[in-house]
Design a protein around this ligand. Structure first.
Ligand code: DP6
Length: 329
């Protein structure tokens, strides 16, 4: 038996577009920050007497449910991947719970697959270093989950199977930033990105996005190293808009933004013009992540909650990576 905790992460430079759907290789590198308040805890127990895997998911403030369908299939496929490496066929019980509401539109899959990979490899006593662990987590299908393994500020490299790993650029305490998630739509869970990762290439703007990516990755690395919020924020907004332009112009198109998304973007831009420095980024859903200095967190949270379009907010500081809570001796 082993238990692991892993954080969700927010990408400053997004992973968008998959060039290999079997190995889960991206078209571009990405950079993110782990979130300290959005965590998944997962336990994995192996027992030779069981003849089937059992997956139980407990969402925030909800009763535990036995997973079926696609959710179970993705977990079992990943267990199989790890069992093959360990050379075992033993069935497992997987139990997973989140500290954040399922309707917040936060990528729970990144936290979930990072925690699952760490707990499963520990339970099977596989000796993997962090780099190997990120590569294995990437192959779960939720590629961005690999970025939830290392601590703090993390880069996931574009490369072949060996070269496409994630590593920490800086620990959480390096820079006191905040990510306030402004939830504008509680009905829509984050839509799985798998299908759209494959459609990205059908957008005529995908080429344009990739042409600018190295410059944005360099600027983001530099902004993190120098703790330069202006450089980080401007680069991050450009990258988020570029990702969404690709979505809106792919075939068939996807529109993730709602009227509430636009209202938050406009408010953030107006506050910034008045001197409160904050920047937006948006994943594959309508909710807006607002990034600011830790010292402005309370003020921004207050202002965001006062917007009629915002249902609630979720504030995070920089977080550690995946860690074991319990492991076999
Ligand atoms: C927009 O395929 O890694 O969040 O959709 O949660 O399965 P799931 O994740 P993944 O796609 C992530 C897309 C993104 C950008 C990012 O986090 O880099």
């Amino acid at each position: 038996m082993a238990q692991a905790i892993a954080p969700a992460n927010i990408a400053f430079i997004k992973y968008w577009g998959m060039r290999d759907a079997d190995q889960i290789l991206p078209y571009n590198g990405s950079i993110s920050l782990n979130l300290d308040a959005c965590l998944t805890t997962t336990s994995v127990v192996f027992d030779p007497t069981w003849d089937e895997d059992l997956v139980t998911l407990q969402f925030y403030q909800q009763e535990p449910q036995t997973a079926g369908g696609r959710a179970r299939e993705r977990v079992v496929a990943h267990l199989d991947r790890i069992r093959t490496i360990a050379g075992v066929t033993t069935r497992a019980r997987v139990t997973s719970s989140n500290t954040f509401p399922a309707d917040a539109g936060i990528a729970s899959s990144a936290a979930a697959f990072a925690a699952l990979t760490l707990a499963t490899t520990a339970a099977l006593k596989l000796d993997l270093d962090e780099r190997e662990l990120t590569r294995l987590t990437r192959r779960s299908g939720s590629g961005s989950a690999g970025r939830s393994i290392p601590t703090g500020y993390v880069e996931w490299y574009n490369g072949d199977d060996n070269g496409s790993f994630a590593e920490s650029l800086a620990p959480p305490e390096h820079w006191d930033l905040a990510d306030i998630v402004a939830v504008v739509d509680t009905s829509a869970k984050k839509i799985g990105s798998a299908e759209n990762h494959l459609l990205a290439i059908t957008s005529p703007y995908f080429k344009v996005r990739l042409e600018g990516i190295e410059q944005r990755l360099n600027a983001t690395r530099e902004a993190i190293a120098r703790r330069d919020l202006t450089l980080l924020g401007e680069t991050m907004e450009t990258d988020a808009v570029s990702m969404h332009v690709v979505c809106m112009t792919q075939n068939p198109p996807s529109f993730y933004w709602s009227a509430g998304t636009m209202a938050v973007i406009q408010a953030v831009r107006a506050w910034r013009a008045e001197g409160l420095e904050a920047y937006f980024t948006i994943d594959a859903g309508p909710n807006v992540h607002v990034i600011c200095a830790g010292s402005d967190r309370a003020e921004l949270q207050r202002r965001l909650e006062a917007l009629p379009e915002v249902s609630f907010t979720l504030a995070n500081g920089p977080g550690a990576g995946a860690r074991l809570v319990e492991a076999p001796g």
